[in-house]
Design a protein around this ligand. Structure first.
Ligand code: HEC
Length: 122
């Protein structure tokens, strides 16, 4: 009898595929960091709509935010922040942390990351 297991839907295979994807991304390191697919202006708009409820996402933002959420300027200028670290943060469940698990499309993720990294001072 033929096996009808849907190969790609097995959780362990999915996880392995994810690890492989991450490894490829890491191996591509500097190239990926320079070649930013996101659109900064779109990322800013998205951040103002979605992230500004808790974060200061621009320098001149008005209104209340959550005191425990870092400003995007702070995030951008942490030494540990890279395109990859932001990606991993936004894709991982923040189990015991305060930030909700937001589901972003690929494009929204690229855009908002490009926007955050554009605030980097170097
Ligand atoms: C409901 C409130 C809330 C919203 C909405 C929110 N955040 Fe956060 N975020 C937090 C809080 C609180 C923290 C600090 C604690 C933590 O890391 O969970 C945080 C931390 C972060 C960090 C820092 C991670 C680190 O390495 O310390 C990043 C990056 C971030 N948020 C990005 C975003 C982006 C991008 C959006 C919009 C797509 C967003 N957040 C929307 C509350 C929020």
């Amino acid at each position: 009898m033929k096996s009808t297991r849907p190969i790609l839907l097995q959780p362990t295979r999915l996880f392995l595929a994810f690890l492989l994807w991450l490894a490829v991304l890491l191996a591509a390191g500097p190239a990926v960091a320079q070649d930013q697919p996101g659109n900064i202006a779109m990322g800013k708009r998205f951040a103002l709509n979605v992230c500004a409820e808790c974060h200061f996402v621009t320098e001149d933002q008005e209104g209340l935010v959550r005191a425990d959420a870092p400003t995007f300027d702070d995030v951008a200028n942490m030494p540990s922040t890279t395109q990859l670290s932001l990606r991993v943060f936004l894709m991982s469940p923040h189990a015991r942390r305060q930030m909700p698990n937001l589901v972003l499309s690929e494009q929204q993720m690229d855009d908002v990351i490009a926007y955050i990294l554009s605030m980097r001072r170097e």
